[in-house]
Write a protein that binds this ligand. Sequence first.
Ligand code: NDP
Length: 451
Amino acid sequence: MERQAKQYVENFMAQVIARNPNEPEFHQAVREVAESLAPYIVADPALQQLKILERIAEPERVIIFRVPWLNDRGEIEINRGFRVQMNSALGPYKGGIRFHASVNLSIMKFLAFEQTFKNSLTTLPMGGGKGGSDFNPKGRSDNEVMKFCQSFITELYRHIGQDTDVPAGDIGVGGREIGYMFGQYKRLRDEFTGTFTGKGLGWGGSLLRPEATGYGLCYFTEQMLATRGESFEGKTVCVSGSGNVAQHAAEKAMRLGAKVVTLSDSSGYIYDPEGFNEEKIQYVKLLKNVYRGRIKEYTEKYPTAQYFAGERPWGVKCDIALPCATQNELNGQEAQMLVDNGCFCVAEGANMPSTPEAIEVFLTNKLLYAPGKASNAGGVATSGLEMSQNSMRIKWTAEEVDEKLHSIMQNIHEVCTKYGTEEDGYVNYVKGANIGGFMKVAEAMMAQGCV
Ligand code: NDP
């Protein structure tokens, strides 16, 4: 059976690579899932005959479009917009929009593919999608960001809707950008509906949506730690990134009793040996979200911290690592460094931050290791809660949302242990998340026929 499963993966991946050349991130994400699922698929003739995984790996629809706009100097700039509508077996397409210079079709497809399994794990009725543009918002005025968002939506609006496809934020897209996109969407459609999530609190947004990915990550990590009788209390934690996910992961880990010592951006990382406190975290939020500064500036305000230009934080000694920046930001060598320094738990806030070599190191050394599609699902889960509140035209309190988020993360953890526990008792969360996420999508696709 093992040989058959390996052969299935190789044949399947050969097709995926031939059909989607030059898309390394997409191949990486698909291979990881295929390796987890292969033993199930080779044992189940229906899954093979109905080509469920083959269909899941083919987006239902990909929209690529021109985004022309006028910058503050009156010059025309041209970007490329994407929306990958990956899978609608469980509900309307749902997934964030990313604005970053690196955005291309491969990155959009890997994110949309991952999103399909993640959304399934939340148990909420959401299909998988992802979108974005190679527009780089750094250093742009508010006016330029607004002009860009308006042009982006002037094309995208015809492909999305509250029952069709519901975008949210991701890298480079926060409350400001969602506001501009929602405004243009509302103007073109002449309707006020919950087509975007991550909206402002006064106009349809859910309490706790900005915090949800980072908080949910910590709730999931708490569950993992509890399987070994551990908790955040007294642990040293390294976080990468300093955006939405990193800020709230650091905040919650600190409130749960951990000493969080690092944050980073694409230019380098800061190490604060004293750990962050409430005041320092509030300053990071101000620095990044309002001043739109760089993490280096933290050391000007708190000189006991050190800045390491051009480096990532994985050489810092810690018990728990929470990668919250971007894909492939933690390689095999860095994973080994973490293990050698005594780190025993890695939970991903970002999507696919660990390379396959890093994952191999974590699994071989039997670390508590959670892939993003399980541990960062709190963001999209709370987006799902925002959609429900919009449809019902009600607003839940922060406590109500937090309770629901907590129980969703607990359920995801249960699903991971159900499908991922190995003979020696080790929980392989990669396997657990991939199989758990796949089952529901596969059952729905089988019931819905060849579509
Ligand atoms: P933000 O834009 O708020 O922050 C991104 C952070 O990551 C910044 O600190 C940024 O630094 C850093 N970063 C981005 N690209 C790189 C890079 N190539 N190398 C090193 N650092 C980089 O995004 P989010 O916090 O929303 O997203 C972070 C991750 O979490 C992404 O992988 C996203 O897909 C994932 N995620 C986000 C969710 C959400 O609700 N927002 C939900 C689930 C997952 P710099 O400023 O230098 O670019």
